[in-house]
Design a protein around this ligand. Sequence first.
Ligand SMILES: Nc1ncnc2c1ncn2[C@@H]1O[C@H](COP(=O)(O)OP(=O)(O)OP(=O)(O)O)[C@@H](O)[C@H]1O
Ligand SMILES: [Mg+2]
Length: 309
Amino acid sequence: MLPLPAQFIKSVQFHFGEIGEKWLKQLPELIGYCEQKWNVKIEEPISLSINYVAPAVMQDGSSVFIKISIPGEEFRNEIKALDLFRTRKMVKPIDYDLKCGILLLKKLVPGDSLAELSNDELRTQIAAEVHNSLTYPSQNQITLLPTTKSREGQLRKILQTNPNGIGPYSRSILQKALSLFAYLNETAKQNWILHGDFHHENILRDKGGWVAIDPKGLIGEREYDFIQFLLNQLPKENVEQTINKRIEILAEQCQLAKHRLIKWGFCHSVLATCQTSDDKNHYNEDFYQGSKAFFHLCKQIDAFGATNF
Ligand SMILES: Nc1ncnc2c1ncn2[C@@H]1O[C@H](COP(=O)(O)OP(=O)(O)OP(=O)(O)O)[C@@H](O)[C@H]1O
Ligand SMILES: [Mg+2]
């Protein structure tokens, strides 16, 4: 195993603190455990964010992907989501180890992601098609996975612990986002089984077409699931126009309510920016720019009063 990249170590420490540090130390052992348990040869990872994901070769020569995560609720939800999407456009799991947080996945070939396509309209159309054949209305699975109501709870907690605001946001902006979150949850007509982290890098090309990977699993209104996609892979300029064009395409191809996409967009981008805010007042600039664009779009549809950033 090569030394772990500094950025990977930093991200794991930021997200998981001490538990993350302990897990980083255990990684060589966990890799050895996988190689023994499944008789695979694990190759070097291509890029790492907060999980250890690497290609591997089974003894019969077949190619797989190994994903090692910190065991816990998020990992269990990913396993549940893979199961809920098992007959749909989702990567197929081969096996997993809940206790150790290890997942063995069928390798997608060629495996390039939607982020590698440069035509933004085309990649938005492909994302709409994948989502149409991936997600479905929830029946009685409401207790299985986190909900958009729990995301609202996360923002409420952020406001409670940061009553004077956090990162780039004042208290008043956080309150606006929170009341809109509550309104949207209360007025949602149909809950769906959602991917929960649907964006360009989590949509890969396989022999039979495009499929999703890396589901977090979430239950809520379908519009919510597109916000990460709307915030991702944005140009440096014309952010709002790009978001608007994507909304047009998604609303038409997936029969979504544009005004709810815009409102969810504001709530989620504020939450996502807060969640990346550290004690040095650093935060994800793309999420913040996205929240500003959604704020402006909200004002155009008169979603709330006259507060400015
Ligand atoms: N089954 C697979 N076949 C081919 N490539 C894969 C497969 N699973 C993962 N990958 C590659 O590994 C990358 C990381 O995988 P994944 O998104 O599951 O991990 P992650 O750590 O949760 O990433 P992130 O936090 O960036 O979303 C993917 O973007 C993709 O390039
Ligand atoms: Mg991913």
